[in-house]
Design a protein around this ligand. Structure first.
Ligand SMILES: [Zn+2]
Length: 194
């Protein structure tokens, strides 16, 4: 089955926990899942695993910036039943299109997880390609501090100032992130403090 499903949401919505649960469910049914994540994400170190905030973890394959998902998959001895891709927003446009193409050409099902937009409210390129082309879109919801659904994220420093410097892909550092609804996001960016 060539179905591509995209679970999108903002930060801290529990996407990684859902991903690990999905991998577990496939294994429990005797099926073979493969988890892939872009190697740009170094939060779990270099041991190639995915860890969620609630303490679960799974080994995974790392996708380098110059590799393609089809390249990784065609190197495997056995075709997986499902390919689960984390942090899809860190893929390049070329890698996202390769994923969509591979799904059709090799009748391979994918479940992808990632952010829809960055902290300035701008789309990630790979995410917008998935939004435009995935067979199924599923929103992973979390709540803003005002109680509405959070759809945006802000990045702020320890002193509470909002980080307005623009670098879409930045991992680690001294910033923190908070998910908000679009109304609180707009007011917070204008105010300049969390
Ligand atoms: Zn709000």
């Amino acid at each position: 089955m060539s179905k591509v499903t995209f679970y999108y949401g903002t930060m801290n919505a529990g996407k990684t926990t859902l991903l690990l649960q999905a991998a577990f469910n496939y294994k429990e049914q005797g099926l073979v899942p493969i988890i892939i994540k872009p190697s740009i994400d170094t939060r779990t170190g270099t041991d190639a695993s995915i860890a969620s905030r609630v303490g679960l973890s799974q080994p995974c394959l790392l996708l380098g910036p110059d590799q393609t998902i089809s390249g990784l998959l065609l190197d495997l001895a056995e075709k997986p039943d499902i390919v689960i891709v984390d942090e899809i927003h860190f893929l390049t446009a070329h890698q996202a299109k390769d994923l969509l193409n591979h799904a059709v050409m090799h009748d391979q099902a994918f479940i992808c997880y990632g952010l829809r937009n960055d902290y300035k409210g701008q789309a990630f390129e790979a995410s917008s390609i998935l939004m435009a082309n995935a067979d199924s879109l599923k929103e992973v919801k979390t709540i803003c501090r005002c109680g509405k659904k959070a759809t945006h994220v802000v990045r702020y420093f320890e002193n509470g100032e909002i980080d307005l410097g623009f670098q879409q892909i930045q991992i680690g550092g001294n910033e923190s992130y908070r998910s908000m609804c679009r109304v609180c996001h707009t007011h917070t960016l204008q105010r300049g403090t969390i």
